[in-house]
Ligand binder design. Sequence first.
Ligand code: NOJ
Length: 740
Amino acid sequence: MKRVYFLLVFSAIGMNTYAQKTIDQKVTELLSKMTLEEKVGQMVQYSGFEYATGPQQSNSAAVLEEIKKGKVGSMLNVAGSGETKAFQKLAMQSRLKIPLLFGQDVIHGYRTTFPVNLGQAASWDLDMIEKSERIAATEASAYGIHWTFAPMVDIARDPRWGRVMEGSGEDTYLGTKIGLARIKGFQGKGLGSLDAVMACAKHFAAYGAAVGGRDYNAVDMSLRQLHETYLPPFKAAAEAGVATFMNSFNDINGIPATAHQYIQRNLLKGSWNYKGFVVSDWGSIGEMIPHGYAKDGGEAAEKAILGGSDMDMESRVYMTELPKLVKEGTVDIKLVDDAAGRILTKKFEMGLFDDPYRFSNEKRQKEQTDNKKNREFGREFGSKSIVLLKNQQHILPLSKSVKTVALIGPFGKETVANHGFWSIAFKDDTQRIVSQFDGIRNQLDKNSTLLYAKGCNVDDQDRSMFAEAVETAKKADVVIMTLGEGHAMSGEAKSRSNIGFSGVQEDLLKEIAKTGKPVILMINAGRPLIFNWASDHIPAIMYTWWLGTEAGNSIADILFGTMNPSGKLPMSFPRTEGQIPVYYNHYNTGRPAKNNTDRNYVSAYIDLDNDPKYPFGYGLSYTDFQYSDMVLSSASLTGNETLNISVTVSNTGKYDGEEVIQLYIRDLFGKVVRPVKELKGFQKVFIKKGENKQVHFRLTPEDLKFFDDTLNFDWEGGEFDIMVGTSSQNVQTKRINWVK
Ligand code: NOJ
């Protein structure tokens, strides 16, 4: 008895000591038990076999065997409580029973899909964006997923690049704020909570600056530009504790990002002191061979690990090459220990060593399969993402009792397309998605008629449906046209050289307009499109992106005025492809064009205006907002003072509504030239009709800092323009002097 008591106390003390060990100690202890192959195994990620998000290599049987041998650290594209459990069981057969991490592209929602990310960015609503990721994390984690490959925080100024749909647009400030909101939403109360997933800041770095907007293409830019425009969202993500980073397919000034020592070792793991791990993009380690940066798999593996890539997604070179490289002394084992250690740390933080199956729970999965509250949120988020571009004679909102409405266009009865790109897991899940037709029908009065004609396909030359569409339009009092790009026309590998309406959509629009019926145009897209004819001839235009599961309801809420549009463009919309890249925060140049008529020896096109068709920050409301003169706390400041800026915004129209009030600055002279405008703050406020709200902003010298040509980050005293307004083009300006 005495002996049993002694043993119990002794083992309790033992357990206690184990529990009290820090994760660092546990990782070191575990690493000390691991063979080289097992350590490298942690650095290997394979895709599941049901669907792929890249050029998949087969050989599934071998992968299963490798998992059992502890030679795989993570799987992507394996989801569902049953599936993840089955894979995890294999890992539990390995010598050290190290659990797998399950990663997935949870990009704009999971079971409930939300607007594509660029559309979300148009909401300028950080709370909603965070909440949407909270929901996505709750749903995804209930399906056994530990890790999302999001947020994509690539700044992008080229709408030909299909991946703009996954980012937050062209602006560094807005993109950084949105990235942070997403990370907060995904990681919730912290890694280890059952409803949190590890986030991943991607694609490190400068993937959004691919030459010509062609996906996977080269990036060539000054380090100053890189630091000032492209890196801030990543640095902020690292500081906010994002669990992982993903590097990018592109090279940066001749060195593939995957092996970029300056980017990944000096900056990320060096001066930024980042403790999470870096996963390669799909196959990007092996792709250094066609890049012309590595002559074979061995050199690719060596350069990738030296460059700071911790996990190999689907290149399959770490597994085959790294053990050899370490044994022959080419790669220091310390690099392998460091990489494997970073990955194991996350597995401990996620609680997977305590229970490898803790996220694979059927009951939780069931609860999140069709969550009504999440859908209600998605409906509201959808309507907040819509941008009203034009509304002549207040044609919108429509009365619900219009006698006959015609819905015309290839997206009217679409279901799956409303998901948008990156909704891989639920493509066939058509019943839950609200079509635009159903959404409108749900809100139109019972006695009103909703007619429908497809009119044309998205992307071919077939005009055989035109006649029926015209006849349908003639029978209606108002026509709603739904045009744009198919959901698989923007996204990864979806670069387009021509970003107008594809096929015969514009011709159909012209035919319908000829009927003389009032036309409202809805544009479905994942990127800015070019639609000049429509802009110049159609009285009302709404940019509806791809809105997700509740798309039809969100659209109808705006059409009928249940919701007042409040979205603002997160990217400039070009007039032609020849104007790309066009972005609001450009430099002035030595010969700025003063207006659109004088094009002689100035920085302009002889055949095109410089300004975009629709500017960054632009979007209309059903109501009217009037801005008072802005009030500054002082016009001359010194040192570390704070500039307080306030403005009163009045809702003078007929509807309650939300306005996004934007603050820009211009640093007039500097040791490097500064942009004509830089966003430094924004607030989205709800103002009831007839009421007003005072809005306050603060600026400190921290907000004035920039990178000079030696990459020194500081501010300079001098004159600044302070601008407040309703879009990047519509602002009031006051000048101040700030002495350092
Ligand atoms: C390639 C994409 O670039 C990346 O964003 C994605 O996370 C991976 N494939 C995995 O699907």
